[in-house]
Design a protein around this ligand. Sequence first.
Ligand SMILES: [Zn+2]
Ligand SMILES: [Zn+2]
Ligand SMILES: [Zn+2]
Ligand SMILES: [Zn+2]
Ligand SMILES: [Zn+2]
Length: 448
Amino acid sequence: MVWRAPARSMDDNSRTNKEKEELDRAIALSLAEDLKRPKGYRWRTDQDEDLARSLQDNSNSSSYPPKYAPSYAPWEYNPNSYRKCSGCNKDIVSGNYLGCMGTFFHPECFLCRACGVPITEYEFSLSGNNTYHKSCFKEMTHPKCEVCHQFIPTNGAGLIEYRCHPFWSQKYCPAHENDNTKRCCSCERLESRNARYMSLGDGRSLCLECMESAIMDTGDCQPLYHSIRDYYEGMNMKIDQQVPMLLVERHALNEAIEGEKHGLHHMPETRGLCLSEEQTVTSILRRPKIGGRGLIGIRTHPQKLIRRCEVTAILVIYGLPRLLTGAILAHELMHAWLRLKGYRNLTPEVEEGICQVLSHMWLESEVVPGSRNMPSTSTASSSSTWSSSKKGGTSQAESKLGEFFMHQIAHDASPAYGGGFRAAYAAVNKYGLRSTLDHIRLTGNFPL
Ligand SMILES: [Zn+2]
Ligand SMILES: [Zn+2]
Ligand SMILES: [Zn+2]
Ligand SMILES: [Zn+2]
Ligand SMILES: [Zn+2]
């Protein structure tokens, strides 16, 4: 009956795969980097300094070959051949020149592909035919941590090892998983050192992008609640009863769960609840203000909820962005719909699964352009009064956030929410929502 934060183990799973992929790439990269600067490509080292100097100086070329010529031949040397600078395409007439793999350069023409400045260092990096300062090449190719903005360090095995979020592809040092770096309670991204997250005062933190559309009090949430009820009505699933909806603090939500006879207390993080017992619930009357890095001045109000039908109220945790709050409301409203329509004794997999499908469908209608038409099973959509309550539409950042919430629902590892969603989603895609619901009513299970 509750919406809780999706279990992250499947994320971890896919992250492991992605990570492995990334790690393979990182290994390949560091190997490639080694290959790109074999000893033969160095201009000079202590041992061959004399050689290099003699080769760079045309007038001194008669001293070649030196006594201790290395076994490899970094500089092709042929005093009788005609030399053209590969940088400026002009002849190299006299003075210093550099040679590498059969090509020659004026020293001022041997440029770093990245910064355009001549390379004067002994060692440089080569990628294809392009030459780079070692530092420029590292800057270009070595992954940087998106939390501390440093190069991601190599691990004990000398490999670049990092974590990567499966949806956002945020790359970061593994250390940030355990160094109290804040994670946004809504989008899971880690706090970057140059962006400050907002503390919600109950152990949760919110990134500024999620904060942008966060819903902070019960009044704030009413238009969204009504638009989602309209969404149900548009699918010919009108909820006639006036079920109150309250935005609540984290502890108030947890207390309400304790007060429910059939609450699922073991869930790690609960975000919404479809209440069926009579309770007094403390709701948020006035939104808190931003003070420093946290929120202050929240005003709450105890509210006695009277049971008039199968459903007493819908509770949602405060402080989440509009699309996540809406996804939770869509989920809880489906619980309400099932109860009010007399669906009884469904397994958690079936009930949570179908509720997640409605949540996913609503998100899709918000973020996917052109998906606003009603599901094909709806027969009364033409007479629908459903319309979007949104003004202006969804910003690109908000759409991306919506896609993330859909991804989270689809990849949830828990058997009831994740497994249930995937089974329900397959059934709805095959038979349509209406037939799937009819089948559930008759058999208690999804049609196969
Ligand atoms: Zn639920
Ligand atoms: Zn040149
Ligand atoms: Zn450079
Ligand atoms: Zn880092
Ligand atoms: Zn966020």
